[in-house]
Design a protein around this ligand. Sequence first.
Ligand SMILES: Nc1ncnc2c1ncn2[C@@H]1O[C@H](COP(=O)(O)OP(=O)(O)OP(=O)(O)O)[C@@H](O)[C@H]1O
Ligand SMILES: [Mg+2]
Length: 238
Amino acid sequence: MSRVLDVKGVTGGYRSVQILNGVDLYVDEGELVTVIGPNGCGKSTFIKVLFGIADRYEGTFIHRGVDVSSWRTDKLVKRGIAYVPQVDNVFPSLTVYENLQMGGLDIGSADLHNRIDQACDMFPEMRTRMSDLAASLSGGERQMLAISRALISAPTFLLLDEPTAALSPLYQDQIITAIDELRKDSISVLLIEQNAKLSLSRSDRGYIFVGGKIAHTGNAKEMANDPSIGEYFLGFQD
Ligand SMILES: Nc1ncnc2c1ncn2[C@@H]1O[C@H](COP(=O)(O)OP(=O)(O)OP(=O)(O)O)[C@@H](O)[C@H]1O
Ligand SMILES: [Mg+2]
């Protein structure tokens, strides 16, 4: 099995404010890997450092055998890595269709139309909302739009930051199921989640972040059923 992402000894943060204290983590081809952990432990910062948005001090990010540690965001996207941020992940004043177009600014219009069509196969209800403003969408629909937009660039590796936060159980289930199915399209996924049991039960492996580093890792299904995991993570009870 080939390695999609190999993270070794990453420290980083925001200028001189250190948040990450040495992160080691990997994602293999076709895996869905969940990262959980208490609020403020550095999960979002980790993805931002990987994506060139926050500062890396030390350590390496190897993507499919290439050291991309110092790469800019746009270059990472061209390489097939996509990122759905935790907040502000749609443009509220644009329509659903325009939001999807923003996901493929350098794609020719015929291809773009096809990609948008394919992205909508994942969440068919998007099709009926194309000319509505993103501001008019529910929280769940916004997350679906944000994920669909990330797929327009045809990534092979997707990073998702809490896509089910604050959603109803029905939407949570629909979104995690859709993420799980991305593996059929050969997309490997690193998923940050608060809904630990739900996402671990669909994942291959899990990591627990505490204080800017990995406190525990293991088989995701075993973690989902391990009562001691709750010691790391207050939100573990469902
Ligand atoms: N732009 C920033 N500048 C300085 N510190 C920041 C910045 N953004 C976040 N932080 C701090 O970094 C720490 C880690 O935040 P981060 O958002 O990575 O946590 P998280 O694990 O994603 O939490 P949550 O589960 O609430 O999303 C927090 O103490 C936060 O206040
Ligand atoms: Mg976060």
